[in-house]
Design a protein around this ligand. Structure first.
Ligand SMILES: N[C@@H](Cc1c[nH]cn1)C(=O)NCC(=O)O
Length: 446
């Protein structure tokens, strides 16, 4: 099945995801206005983001289970309704508590969208298209950040808080209408969901968790998604401007480079995954190593890092975004369709958990160093940031070790099932021999 109907379904799903990413990121760009409106301190404001991400991460498994039971369409619609309610609540909120309730609703609605959209792909498209379409779903969705940064900020500056958040809410209304009109769970009426008892749901959850391929996805997402998320959502900007002493313009250019590199790498990674399904984890480990090396090189600089090194850092962090989509490919290929939503939900917790943990630890270390006098009164001193950012290397190492361990388990299980993964040296030698053979036999079909 690869019809125009399938593309319409996917387009409506991607719009829903793009709008969800917009709702997710609107509060982050309204920080200064939020400080005035709620008369809140920086740490009170960070609670808004933390609550939203906690709700998002906490709902991944329940939402995944529901996607398998009810199908993706109803969850995309429910998510849009929740996000509309959340943004309307935030538009009228005048106290920190009321504002947090708004973000809580946005986090809950956001949680339903991505997993549901990914769940549509295997129902509507042939197997070989899915890795690249998974990447495009991620890439187009990230453009939601641009909607927050450009038109949302423009409305916020020109017309103020309520019109900006009500305008954002109206985008979710549009996404809900599109989803209702265009999305069907699958080409066959009635399929795309499984009617399960509660006991069967529990079994399905346990089966998804027991499958080492699901946990390989979880640790993949954990390991390579968080460094970019932490940088872009929280600590990157103050680090570049206050510690590395870059101008606002150069720091913004680096954050834009992050988006461009993410977009450029996605299709390449999608094609790689489609062509080399047995080498997906090798790519994950290569990206983790690149991130670790780039951060180590930056943090070992005696003073501010040279700009080319910071460009290299931002580039490698950006590759982690599309790279982490490989995690969902593990969930899809190691699980049967009836528990795909559940497995995707489990995988999607990884990156958000690692991001929350790292954001929090970096903040705590900065506070401790300020309190101890180490920072010389400057919370964002380079020497302090260097220590705080290095905490990410520990999280990266924990994730990488787990990827290596679970990948060993996955490979052992594949060997037991009669499908061993050949060593890379053997594959390269075979490929060379094949090429030599081809060159020696002119006229042979490619
Ligand atoms: N890996 C991200 C998506 C992504 C794709 N390219 C850059 N980032 C992810 O896990 N997304 C889940 C979500 O809900 O956004």
């Amino acid at each position: 099945m690869d019809s125009s109907r399938a593309w319409l379904v996917w387009a409506a799903g991607v719009v829903a995801y793009l709008v969800a990413v917009t709702q997710r990121t609107t509060f982050g760009v309204a920080g200064i206005e939020a400080t005035d409106r709620f008369d809140a301190s920086a740490s009170q404001l960070s609670v808004f983001t933390v609550v939203q991400l906690l709700v998002y991460a906490g709902l991944q498994v329940p939402v995944g289970v529901l996607v398998d039971r009810w199908g993706p369409r109803i969850l995309i619609v429910a998510g849009g309704v929740l996000m509309t309610a959340g943004q309307v609540q935030l538009a009228f909120a005048e106290s920190v508590g009321a504002g947090i309730v708004g973000r809580l609703l946005v986090g809950a609605g956001d949680a339903t969208t991505f997993i549901s959209v990914l769940r549509l792909l295997p129902a509507w498209f042939p197997f070989h298209r899915i890795p690249v379409l998974t990447q495009w779903t991620g890439i187009i969705g990230q453009l939601g950040q641009i909607v927050s940064v450009v038109p949302f900020v423009a409305v916020l500056s020109a017309f103020g808080w309520q019109p900006a958040f009500l305008g954002a809410a109206s985008l979710s209304v549009l996404a809900v209408v599109l989803a209702l009109v265009m999305i069907r769970d699958s080409p066959e009426a009635g399929s795309g969901r499984s009617v399960q008892t509660l006991r069967q749901t529990g079994t399905s959850l346990a089966e998804a968790w027991k499958q080492p391929g699901t946990r390989l996805g979880l640790w993949t997402h954990f390991t390579i998604q968080f460094p970019g998320t932490v940088f872009v959502l929280m600590w990157g900007y103050p680090y570049l401007v206050r510690a590395e002493k870059l101008s606002d313009g150069v720091a913004s250019a680096l954050l834009s480079l992050f988006v461009v590199v993410g977009i450029a790498c996605g299709p390449f990674l999608g094609r790689y995954v489609g062509r080399h399904p047995l080498r997906r984890s090798t790519m994950v480990l290569a990206i983790a190593a690149a991130i670790g090396l780039a951060w180590t090189a930056v943090l070992l600089q005696p003073g501010p890092a040279p700009l080319p090194l910071l460009i290299l850092l931002v580039t490698t962090l950006a590759v982690g975004g599309p790279g982490s989509m490989i995690a969902f490919d593990f969930a899809r290929t190691f699980n049967v369709a009836s528990r795909l939503g559940t497995a995707t939900g489990i995988v999607n917790i990884g990156g958000f958990l690692a991001s929350l943990l790292s954001m929090f630890v970096i903040g705590v270390i900065l506070d401790l160093l300020l309190g101890s006098g180490f920072s010389g009164g400057d919370l964002y001193a380079l020497a302090s940031f260097r220590i705080a950012m290095a905490a990410q290397l520990v999280v990266l190492a924990v994730g990488t070790v787990n990827v290596v361990i679970i990948r060993g388990r996955v490979r052992r299980r594949m060997a037991e099932q009669g499908a061993p993964v050949p060593p890379i040296r053997e594959v390269i030698a075979r490929e060379r021999a094949r090429r030599r053979g081809r060159r020696g036999t002119p006229g042979e079909a490619p």
